[in-house]
Design a protein around this ligand. Structure first.
Ligand code: ADP
Ligand code: MG
Length: 312
């Protein structure tokens, strides 16, 4: 199987939302009237973002999911993706499963794979995703104002629990591990939620590097500070069981790979948020100033603010 057969077999699929998809020197895409293009890239590197023996179907899912999460965080409708792969050899069984996982999620969100690049090298997966959004309604990091409420979707910290179990830092029961492993390996990006927040949220970000780190980007971009109530942060039953351990608090606040949305809304829009129909929790307030403090009742929780940073 040569490079071009490989692309044709595993990555060339009908791309109904493109004028021209895989197979030429470039794809041709038409953006809808009155919309702008939202473009984002995320790379997954073997040994950094996943283990070499990672299940290829889940890896295909996650490679696209982390990119869809960025579209969600902008309130954009994802439309097109490119996929660049470096791999040590053309392992057909691996490619079959990887591409199945990728396309299964692409189909859920009506995303067309329109191009990419395929080369030999250490395993490395890179997606560029493109979506459409109203320029005026795109959810940016820079719109949070003092007095706004801070919200998050879903539960935080389960992916970090699964990773800690895999590394032998904590021990989960089998069933609990499987549930957390699902959060780690097959995140469900909040694409519909992001779109629902357009016109309501004053800012948004997806939580990929940990709540404090990602919220920190919103605070810096908006020139504001935040006060969080630790016990309002939503967690799973599994996390609840481990919450007395210091390490659990760290996973909730700084664990990565959650792919939930963190967003701010003016207090006057509180009831609009409640109507969205996705599990959401109000975890604090934007205040004047800088930085984020986390309250544990009346006490201030001592936390290391950093999330994952590749170069620290
Ligand atoms: P070129 O040499 O002109 O850059 P390539 O040989 O790299 O073209 O790719 C041929 C076609 O296959 C292009 O349309 C490219 O976008 C597409 N392609 C290559 N690798 C992938 C991939 N992993 N997934 C999807 N499309 C791909
Ligand atoms: Mg090329």
């Amino acid at each position: 199987m040569n490079e071009f057969e490989l692309i044709r077999r595993y990555f060339e699929r009908p791309a109904p939302s493109a004028l021209l998809g895989v197979g030429d020197d470039a794809a041709l895409l038409r953006v809808s009237d009155n919309k702008v293009l939202a473009v984002s890239t995320d790379m997954l590197v073997c040994g950094v973002h996943f283990f070499a023996d990672a299940d290829p179907y889940s890896l295909g899912h996650k490679t696209l999911a982390v990119n869809l999460s960025d579209m969600a965080a902008m309130g954009a409708v994802p439309r097109w993706a490119t996929l660049s792969i470096a791999m040590p050899e053309a392992d057909e069984a691996w490619l079959e499963k990887f591409s199945s996982g990728f396309f299964a999620l692409a189909d859920v969100h009506d995303v067309s794979l329109v191009g990419g690049d395929t080369t030999r090298g250490p395993l490395n997966l890179c997606v560029t995703i493109m979506g459409e959004v109203d320029a005026d309604l795109a959810l940016k990091r820079s719109g949070a104002k003092a007095g706004d409420e801070i919200w998050v979707s879903g539960n935080l910290g389960d992916a970090a629990l699964a990773l800690a179990h895999l590394k032998g830092n904590i021990v989960l029961e089998q069933e609990a591990f499987l549930a957390c492993a699902n959060a780690l390996h097959k995140p469900d990006p909040r694409v519909a939620l992001g779109q629902s927040l357009c016109g309501i949220a004053s800012s948004a970000i997806d939580i990929s590097d940990g709540l404090l780190s990602d919220l920190g980007h919103v605070l810096a971009a908006s020139g504001v500070g935040a006060v969080l109530d630790f016990w309002s942060i939503p967690v799973s039953e599994i996390m609840r069981k481990h919450i007395d351990q210091e390490i659990a608090k760290r996973f909730i606040l700084t664990g990565g790979d959650d792919y939930e949305l963190c967003f701010t809304v003016p207090a006057s829009r509180h009831s609009d948020v409640l109507e969205i129909g996705v599990p959401l929790a109000c975890i604090g307030r934007i205040v004047q100033g800088t930085g984020c403090i986390v309250m544990d009742g009346a006490e201030r929780l001592a936390v290391e603010s950093g999330g994952y940073d590749h170069f620290r």
